[in-house]
Design a protein around this ligand. Sequence first.
Ligand code: F6P
Length: 547
Amino acid sequence: MSVGGSGTPDAWSALSAHRDAIADIDLRGMFDADPDRVSALTADAAGIHFDYSRHRITTETIELLAALARERRVETLRDAMFRGERINRTEDRPVLHVALRMPPERSLVVDGTDVVREVHRVLDRMSTFADEVRSGARTGHTGLPFEAVVNIGIGGSALGPEMASQALRHFSHDRIEFRFVSNVDGSDLEEAVAGLDPERTLFIVCSKTFTTLETMTNARAARAWSLAGLGGDPDAVASHFVAVSTNLEAVADFGIDPNETFGFWDWVGGRYSMDSAIGLSTMLAIGPENFRAMLAGFHAVDEHFLSETITENIPMLHGLIAVWNRNFLGMGSSAVIPYAEDLSRFPAYLQQLTMESNGKRVEQDGTPVECETGAVWWGEPGTDAQHSFFQLLHQGTDPIPLDLIVFERPGREIDEVQGQHRLLVANALAQGRALAFGRTAEETRKAGVEEDLVAHRTFPGNRPSATLMLDRLTPTSLGSLVALYEHSVFTQGAIWGIDSFDQWGVELGKEMAGELVPYLSGEAEGGLDASTEALIRRYRKAEAAGD
Ligand code: F6P
């Protein structure tokens, strides 16, 4: 394939030719051919060790990918993002999540406003609020300290905070429990408030737009629950609700006091917002100091991404290898396997980050993209994943590249006591090794396997993975890890020439859901497609029967 319309025939063609030239060399062959391969294909920055030597690449591949990045002006676009230019063209907005983690002494003036100062003004308010709630100085209406915080939000207003709450649960406040409600399915809210005491429960309504159907519906239901539990006094509810939004007017209309509202800005995309006020629940859980440590972790990777040369730049390398796997090796999916149970929501978080960002079919100027764009990203924590879908990764017909995320040091004492962390790491390393090098039929025979099982017990190998090794799962390392993926996504989108910061694709479904509600209630009829009408008839019949 060439990408004529994207204006990158040279680097693209060179990569295609190179792909064909190395097609017959597998990972065993690549390792045998180059004794320096590991030192050449690893990079270290911001506490992240990135070993990409088990991808199907050579040092020449990296040089060619770097040439592609230069041709596609990835660095120019990156610099424009950091300067606050309106690189989200379809929404005519700057993309400035990097400003959310700039230290207070920095300044970045966009449209006449120093956005770093604004960021720290909100951070300071969040810190005061968090300290008050955590210490018990701030109470509910009846004077009792809060023992539960329920975050109501969806997508970017939920996945990041929920992921961080899980990832950093070891750092979490010991009196306060954190719960998350996102789905408009009433069972989500019902389960989230089950067993909670309304007098000790604080709700955070998180919504960038403050118009999202799910969040507004849940917020109203939560208010009704709170009202009922506090004796029906509407004033009582006020001290149990705060909001996080860019739409301060809509927050006020909903009835939440502007003084209890934490703002952010339209230049923060929903899926890039866990380090904005959307992270209020995270700050309540881990405390302001740890939250700032998380921001420092993000910032360290931002600085690295901004200043490091392409071939040593971890997020760029990560993104370029994703492009290589997607466009040159034809791999349509990519798995992320954190060897840390605390990161169990990390793949879900990444799904929105990667797929809402790069699931696009036209370039910035509206012309169709001439190559495949965003892969399907998915995953589960190891070692559990090994006992479910790893069979397909080892012996299925489609090779799927993997990121194995490993921590050098355990998060908990129990891991030291039982040596459990060592077992965890051994498994992570073994998987990368087995996937890359497999076991040949000859080796299988040598291991004493009966002839009629040799084919079944042979592992083809040559299955690519990268290992991301970090010191320990802490607020700082979590921030660094998230920033790495954010900038990898940016790099991929820049190569493809798409707008990684809009999400028009989710709109049609939202519109149609709104249109169908009157059909389900019987107020509207006819004019739909036959399938939808038949399903609605079936639904209405069941509703009428009262089942
Ligand atoms: O699903 C689309 C989306 O717009 C996401 O991009 C966003 O994170 C989510 O909805 C929630 O939006 P809001 O924060 O405005 O409620």
